[in-house]
Structures are given as C-alpha cells and as structure tokens.
Design a protein around this ligand. Structure first.
Ligand SMILES: Cc1ncc(COP(=O)(O)O)c(C=O)c1O
Length: 428
C-alpha cells in the first residue's frame, strides 16, 4: 500500500486507522484521540485542539513533554548511534543512578517495558525460591503477561485465592500458578502465606494499587510475613517509581521490598524499564554465577539502549533539583482539594482518592480500600465527567490524573475552571 501523504483532517486519519488497526486504535485510547504534539504540561491533537495533559503518555512524561534537558540529551546521542545491544556507558550510569536512588536496588537489569520487567521479576522470584506460585492482589496491574493478567479486573469476582483470567488466549494452566488476595486485607494475606508458604515463590504488589493507597501498616505487615518465610516481596513501581519520591513508593511509604520493577519515568519517554533489587536474587541473571538450572535466561534487543538511558538520566537530573517533588505535591494537593470541594458543594456522592502525584475521582461515598470497593463507583458518571472535561480541554485516561512538574498556575486554573463547569453539567 502507498504511504498516504496528504491526510487532510483528523477524520481522514481516524478512517485510515480503522482499516489498518484493530478497533482503529493502538489499544490504549479511543480511536478518535489522535495526538500530534506535546510541550510541557500541554498536548495538541490532529484537529489542532489544545489540552492540559493529565495523561502524560500514561505517566512517563513527569517532567513534561519535550523537556529541553531531555531533548538535548537525546539529540546529542542520536547521531552517535541509537542502539548497540552491548553495554553502553549511559545505561551503566543509569543503573548506578537507580541504585543510588531506590532503596531496594543493589543491581539492575534493563528491559523495554513494564510488562517485561514484571514478567522477569516473577521469574527471578521463582528461580531464587525454586518454587512456582506467585501471590498477587485482586485489581493489581502488572502488565500484560499471562501471569499478570489474573484477576486484574474481574467483572464478577470469585472466591479468594483462585484467580480468574482477564484475557482470551491465556493457557488454563497459568491459573493454577497464581494466587490472589484482597489488597489491604492483611489478615487474608497472612493466612494465605502461612498456608501456601512451601509453594510460594514470591508476592507481587503495587504498593499503591491503581489509585488505592495502602492502609497504614499494610505494607509493613506484608514485609514482615514475607521476610519471616524468606519469600521475595516484589513492589511493582512502574507507576510509582520516581513519581512518589526519587526512591519511589518504597521511600514514600518507608517499606523496602526485595525486588522492584521500574518503567515509565525511568526511560524519560523512551522504551526502557528495569528490574532492580537484592544482589543475591539479581545474580540469577548472571550466567557465570549460576548453574544452568538456576540461571534466568533473559536478553532483549533494545535493553538499556543509549537513547532511552540518556533520556532517563536527564529526567532524573531534573527530579533531583531542590523543590521538584515539593512542587508536584503542592500541585496535586491543590487539585485534589479543589475537585473534592466542588463535588461536595454540588452534593454529588463522590470522593477523590490517591496521592497528590496521582489521583482521580470515584463516584461513590463508600470507603475504598480494595478492588471490590471500586466496583461501587458509578462508571457511567465517571465516563461522562471525563467526556465533559475532554470537551473543555482536559486530557486524561479513563481513571487517573497524572500530575507533572510542568503544570504551571495557568494549567491548574484552567483545570479547576473545567471541573467547575463539568460538575455543574453533572447536576443538571
Ligand atoms: C503498575 C504497572 N505495572 C506494569 C505496567 C506495564 O507497563 P508497560 O505498559 O510499560 O508494559 C503498568 C502500565 O501502566 C503499570 O501501571
């Protein structure tokens, strides 16, 4: 097929996409969203519409789109070569920066996506423990592997700890290798771990599950019970890494896992993710240190590529500047309080949940501590609210406001203005 060069309008693009992409989409966002440009905390679509951007590429663009320092680092690297497969100094420097910043990180293995990082972290736990089963939490997202897509979003949740697959195409046998528990229910997790300790390879958890913060003491208790039985605890920090603090959620909540996975921000908007953690577990990735049966086979064409590495390093440098996190938290706190206030004054049953760098509204007044509680949220109203906001120049995903360092006063004011109008529309 000829490459079409004369695309006139966004409608033409939508039509073109419909032919060549299933559902007309990359699978991430609705087909009618076609984005063209991003600068700072704003993006523009192919129709020329401008948005305050809380989608932020689904999280990576924490310092803003096309940040001058990140752009300069990438532009300096590109003419020197974009990928080598072998080690490069920038990837080594990024691994060192991760070990400096992230409490559990003694060593790092690079991959290209959060999905891969989670898949290999689970494999590392299995190799280390010489057992097969992994415990995850209902509603917890760990990418798209067969193992991760167990009880991410069950429509009719079943009995714990039996998981249900979230996708077609997953072998039935995988169901037997995963266990699920309720997030924030330490009683359930403790008894499950006690019961299954001889079969468990590891526990994987989002320390901040989607939008749900851990109850005080939950992560500490999880740490204690896994330590007691020598079971590796994996924090999935693909979202929270470098977002909640330079050391991620493990620094923010003060609980250090054995392994963590990083993605999104660590690649500065390029394809890079990582598994990081205890050297005695990470050493299973080292062919020279391991017998054949203990060695984790892991290679990847673009792993640690220098373009993503310099972008990640430049991003971390921006985040290390004094006041960076204070600014993000101040922005997030102001936004959360404003939205909660508007909804309350309007008498709408809703709550704003999350942490300042990452939050959203849930349309229910019932407390939310785990996945099943989120099912009380009125999804239809949330969808309508998001549509009203999109029409008013606010871009976000289905259920998340990613706050960035590049949201200045004008963005905050415009967002609050849009919320004010959209809440009024919800009332009418
Ligand atoms: C907590 C968490 N883990 C893993 C992933 C998967 O990362 P990726 O989309 O890079 O495969 C995501 C993606 O949003 C995530 O939020």
């Amino acid at each position: 097929m000829n490459v079409q060069t004369e695309i006139e309008s966004i409608d033409d693009l939508i039509e073109q996409a419909r032919h060549v992409l299933p559902g007309g989409s990359f699978g991430n966002m609705p087909a009618e969203v076609i984005l063209k440009e991003g600068r700072g905390g704003r993006i523009w679509d192919e129709a020329g519409r401008e948005y305050v951007d809380f989608l932020l590429g689904s999280g990576p663009m924490f310092v803003g789109h096309a940040h001058p320092d990140v752009t300069a680092a990438v532009q300096a690297q590109v003419p020197l070569g974009t990928t080598f497969f072998g080690n490069n100094r920038h990837g080594i420097a990024l691994a060192e920066a991760i070990c400096d910043a992230v409490p559990c990180a003694e060593q790092v293995r690079f991959v290209c996506s959060g999905t891969e990082a989670d898949l290999y972290a689970m494999r590392a736990a299995r190799a280390f423990r010489k057992r097969d089963k992994i415990l995850k939490f209902e509603g917890g997202y760990h990418g798209m592997s067969d193992y991760a897509l167990m009880s991410l979003a069950p429509k009719r949740p079943g009995n714990f700890p039996r998981p249900s697959p979230d996708s077609a195409g997953i072998p039935k046998s995988v169901q037997d290798e995963m266990l699920v528990a309720a997030f924030n229910d330490i009683g359930m997790v403790e008894s499950l771990i006690e019961e299954q300790k001889d079969e468990l390879a590891g526990v994987i958890v989002e320390p901040f599950q989607r939008l749900i913060p851990p109850n005080p003491g939950f992560l500490q208790a999880l740490r204690a019970v896994t330590t007691r039985h020598g079971i590796p605890l994996i924090f999935d920090e693909v979202v929270t890494g470098f977002r909640f603090a330079l050391g991620g959620a493990q620094e923010y909540y003060g609980v250090t896992p054995d392994l963590c996975t990083l993605g999104k921000i660590v690649g500065g908007g390029f394809a890079l993710a990582a598994i990081a953690g205890r050297a005695d577990i990470m050493k299973h990735f080292d062919r020279l240190a391991m017998d054949d049966e203990d060695f984790i086979f892991q290679v990847g064409t673009l792993s640690g590529n220098p373009v993503a590495a310099v972008a990640g390093l430049a991003t971390l440098e921006v985040l290390k500047r004094p006041g960076a996190y204070e600014q993000v938290f101040a922005t997030g706190r102001e936004l959360m309080a404003a939205l909660a206030g508007l909804l309350k004054n309007a008498g709408i049953k809703a709550q704003v949940i999350g942490e300042p760098p990452l939050f959203d509204v849930v349309f229910t007044d019932q407390p939310i501590k785990d996945y099943r509680d989120t099912l009380h949220g009125d999804a239809v109203t949330l969808k309508r609210f998001n549509q009203l906001l999109r029409a008013r120049g606010i871009m976000k995903g289905e259920s998340k406001y990613y706050v960035s360092l590049a949201h200045p006063r004008a963005d905050i004011d415009q967002t609050i203005g849009a919320w004010t109008e959209a809440v009024r529309e919800l009332q009418s």
